[in-house]
Design a protein around this ligand. Structure first.
Ligand SMILES: [Zn+2]
Length: 336
């Protein structure tokens, strides 16, 4: 049989693997065509692309050892990924700019590989199996180390001319604002990502305004992270709830613009901050009114959290791989 396994050219894909590379971790799953996870594994994000590729190959061995062989691999990367699977720019990862990730991975694992933006694959998973199932027009925003974005238009992921669409995190919201991971100033990601929540928490802590949050950081105001703020807010601690109210306003600034531009039927929040649930979604929903044109004269789209959790990206990568044209049907005439 070919190196692509039994699925190639047959039109039946039983299992595929999906990986999601973020700023802090590489998460992998093996899933079936219904999005059911058969096996999953993770490791911290390697410091170089070479170490990530080697980690990914190791995880793939572990996963297929548990779940059995897969027909294809999907890989979601937190960065600009073009239609050829080249990572053009990845501000939150070191050494990935210009990397031909798809061809490197295909050589490494000997399987067909599809590489896409991490938010695109997460949105694909939520569309197929999660919070956006049955929807036609959706905005998805992933709030993590940075901000990822995806647009579903007419029931499919909208990728733009080169595959680089929906980089919402790098929309300028304040030309005199804080510096973004990409180097520019005033981008939405610089005020509304998980990293930005941590920075906001440290600012409050430095002013002595967040004692309960500082306590969670071992008493060191400079050690406060977004996780400390989020945990404290979920516990109902007033200083953390107040920080999250301010942060929710920053999230709503960007979402309001996206509603103005795209008129989605639902906004799905994914990424690490989605785990905050109502503690985040409540104040974001309240603040959204302020930033959408004609908000008093139209229904606003509900803001909901992704239901597939932190594995959405990996599940979506597996699903995108399963829908890869080469795996979907017989080879075009003339290829054999
Ligand atoms: Zn930026």
């Amino acid at each position: 049989l070919s190196r692509f396994g039994g699925g190639y050219g047959v039109g039946i894909v039983s299992l595929t693997a999906g990986f999601d590379l973020g700023g802090t971790k590489l998460l992998g799953v093996v899933a079936d065509g219904a999005g059911t996870v058969v096996a999953s594994a993770r490791t911290p994000t390697g410091r170089t692309p070479d170490s990530v590729f080697s980690d990914l190959a190791g995880l793939l061995d572990t996963l297929t050892g548990t779940a059995g062989p897969v027909d294809a691999v999907g890989f979601g990367v937190a960065g600009l990924v073009d239609r050829d699977g080249v990572v053009r720019r990845a501000p939150n990862l070191v050494g990935w700019d210009g990397l031909p990730a798809r061809s490197r991975l295909e050589d490494l694992v000997g399987l067909p590989v599809v590489v896409d933006n991490d938010a695109n694959v997460a949105a694909h998973a939520e569309l197929r199996f999660g919070a956006a199932r049955g929807c036609s027009d959706v905005v998805m925003v992933t709030l993590g180390t940075g901000i990822g974005g995806a647009v579903i238009a007419g029931g499919a992921v909208y990728r733009g001319a080169q595959g680089l669409a929906a980089e919402f995190g790098h929309i300028t919201v304040d030309v005199e604002g804080a510096q973004c991971a990409c180097g520019a100033f005033g981008h939405w990601e610089a005020i509304a990502s998980g990293s930005a929540l941590g920075r906001l928490g440290r600012q409050w802590a430095a002013r002595g305004e967040a004692p309960a949050v500082v306590a969670r950081a071992g008493g060191d105001p400079e050690a406060v992270t977004g996780v400390h703020v989020g945990d404290a807010a979920q516990a109902g601690e007033p200083d953390a709830v107040a920080i999250l109210d301010v942060f929710a306003g920053a999230v709503a600034v960007g979402l309001g613009g996206l509603v103005d531009a795209l008129d989605p039927e639902v906004i799905v929040i994914g990424g690490g901050l989605a785990e905050l649930g109502d503690v985040l979604v409540g104040p974001v929903t309240q603040a959204l009114d302020t930033y959408v044109v004609g908000a008093q004269s139209r229904p606003l789209p509900p803001v909901v959290v992704a239901v597939l959790g932190e594995r959405a990206g990996a599940i979506g990568a597996a699903s995108v791989a399963a829908e890869m044209p080469a795996l979907r049907g017989p080879a075009p005439s003339g290829r054999a």
